[in-house]
Ligand binder design. Structure first.
Ligand code: FES
Length: 83
């Protein structure tokens, strides 16, 4: 049975099973829009395999991380542009 880890999404604590990727965790936290395009349109995960770059978020202060390519770690802080 997987362990649960606690992360923060836009400052709100979220518990997710270990080995959850950040895109899934952000979605689990209720966010559909992860960032905004240069014209201000909402964007979210599309390909789920690291190609489209639509799922970018800030992770532990590092902007433009592809959330579908990063596994959650305990204490991780994730920020979307939709906050
Ligand atoms: S969903 Fe396409 S790069 Fe993450």
């Amino acid at each position: 049975m997987p362990e649960t880890i606690r992360i923060k999404v836009n400052g709100v604590a979220v518990d997710v099973p270990e080995h959850t990727n950040v895109a899934a965790a952000v979605t689990r936290a209720g966010h559909v829009h992860f960032r905004r395009s240069v014209t201000g349109q909402p964007r979210g995960p599309l390909c789920g395999m690291g190609i489209c770059f639509e799922c970018r978020v800030t992770i532990d202060g590092q902007p433009h991380r592809r959330s579908c390519q990063v596994l959650c770690r305990p204490g991780m802080e994730i920020q979307t542009d939709d906050a």
